[in-house]
Design a protein around this ligand. Structure first.
Ligand code: PMT
Length: 309
C-alpha cells in the first residue's frame, strides 16, 4: 500500500539543523509581513534519493536549478521577497552572472600582496554585487538548502506552514524536480551495496504527492503554482489539467524537457496561455522566466483582489 504524506514525513529524518532553519524561515516571513510585502517560496533543483543509509550512492535527476534561480531574480525585481529552497549545489540567483565558475580565475594578487578582482571583470562584478547587496541589506532573500528528497519535503512543509499567516499574499512556486520514487528507511541497506552481490535490482516505492496537504492544510489561502514536466507533448496539457482538477490549486506551468527554456503553458482551470520567446527575444538574451513571472504576478494580483472583495 502507498504511504500517506503523514507517514512519509513521520518516518523520514529531518535534515541537519532543521529547527534552526525553521526558526530562520519564520523570522523571515514575519519580517516581510511587518513590511507588508508579498512573499514567494521558490523551490529549485533536483532531489536525490539515497540507496544506502550510510549513503555512498544515490539517484539524482537532470535539473540544475536554472528555472528557480532565474525566477527568483525576476520575482525580486517585481518587489516580492523570496524564500529560495534550493538543491545544495544548484544554480544561484545573481551568482549565475559572475563570468567565471572558478572564483580564483577572477582574482589577482597585486604587487603589494592585496587580492583584487582582475580589471577585465571589475565592471561586471560591481554590477552583480551592487544588486545582490541591496537585496541582502533589505532582507529580501532567504536561501535554504536541501539535498535529499526527504530534506526537501520536510523543508517544503516547514516553509509552507510558516507562510500560512501571509494568506493570499503568499505565492508558492514549485519548480523543483521532485522524485516520485524512494526507498523507505526499513527497506534500505545500512552499508554500501557491494558489487560482489551481483547485478543490482532496485525496488522503489511511490512518494506521496505533497501538493495535496500543501493546498488543503499547510497554506490553504496561498496562491499555488506547480510545474508539470513531460517529454511527450501529447500528454502535457491533459496532465496539467488533471493536476489542477485533483489538487484544486491556481496554476500549473506545463513544460517539455526539450523546449523548457523557450516555451511553456500557463494553465488555469479556465485558461491555457502559450508563453514563448521569439527568435528576436532569444537573440537579445531575453529569458522565459521574465515572461513567466510577469504573467504570474498579474494572476496573483487578480487572485488577491478577488479574494479581498
Ligand atoms: O532546473 P531546470 O534545469 O531549469 O529545469 C526546470 C524544470 C524542468 C525542473 C521545471 O521547470 C519543472 O518542470 N519542475 C517540476 C518537475 C516535476 O517534478 O514535475 P512532476 O510532474 O514530477 O511533478 C509535478 C508537481 O508535483 C511538481 O510541482 C512537484 O512539486 C509536485 N510533487 C512532486 C512529487 C511529490 N512527491 N509531491 C509533489 O507535490
Amino acid at each position: 500500500m502507498a504511504t500517506t504524506w503523514k507517514d512519509f514525513l513521520d518516518q523520514t529524518e529531518k535534515p541537519d539543523k532543521f529547527d534552526e532553519k525553521s526558526k530562520e524561515i519564520i523570522e523571515f516571513v514575519n519580517f516581510q509581513l511587518r513590511s507588508k510585502r508579498h512573499i514567494v517560496l521558490v523551490t529549485s533543483g533536483g532531489t536525490t534519493v539515497p540507496l544506502e543509509s550510510k549513503t555512498v550512492r544515490f539517484l539524482d535527476n537532470f535539473s540544475v536549478g536554472s528555472r528557480g534561480a532565474l525566477s527568483t531574480e525576476y520575482f525580486l525585481k517585481r518587489g516580492y521577497a523570496v524564500i529560495f529552497l534550493t538543491r545544495n549545489r544548484g544554480l544561484r540567483p545573481f551568482l549565475r552572472h559572475v563570468p567565471k565558475t572558478n572564483i580564483l580565475d577572477l582574482l589577482t594578487i597585486t604587487d603589494s600582496k592585496d587580492v583584487k578582482v582582475k580589471p577585465e571583470y571589475e565592471q561586471k562584478i560591481l554590477q552583480v554585487l551592487q544588486t545582490y547587496q541591496e537585496i541582502k541589506n533589505e532582507n529580501l532573500l532567504l536561501t535554504v538548502e536541501f539535498q535529499t528528497l526527504s530534506d526537501y519535503l520536510q523543508l517544503l512543509k516547514a516553509c509552507s506552514v510558516a507562510l500560512q499567516p501571509a494568506g493570499n499574499q503568499a505565492v508558492l512556486y514549485l519548480a523543483a524536480a521532485v522524485s516520485d520514487f524512494y526507498i523507505p528507511k526499513d527497506l534500505m541497506p545500512e552499508h554500501k551495496i557491494q558489487s560482489s552481490g551481483g547485478p543490482l535490482k532496485l525496488s522503489l516505492q511511490l512518494v506521496p504527492k505533497m501538493l495535496e496537504p500543501l493546498v488543503k492544510e499547510w497554506v490553504p489561502d496561498a496562491f499555488v503554482v506547480s510545474f508539470k514536466l513531460e517529454t511527450d507533448k501529447d500528454l502535457l496539457i491533459s496532465k496539467a489539467l488533471q493536476a489542477i482538477d485533483k489538487y484544486q490549486h491556481q496554476i500549473v506551468i506545463a513544460n517539455l524537457l526539450e523546449t523548457r527554456k523557450k516555451e511553456i503553458f500557463v494553465v488555469t482551470k479556465e485558461t491555457q496561455d502559450h508563453v514563448s520567446l521569439s527568435d528576436a527575444d532569444i537573440k537579445n538574451g531575453k529569458e522565459i522566466e521574465e515572461l513567466i513571472i510577469d504573467c504570474l504576478v498579474e494572476h496573483h494580483h487578480q487572485f488577491c483582489s478577488v479574494e479581498n472583495v
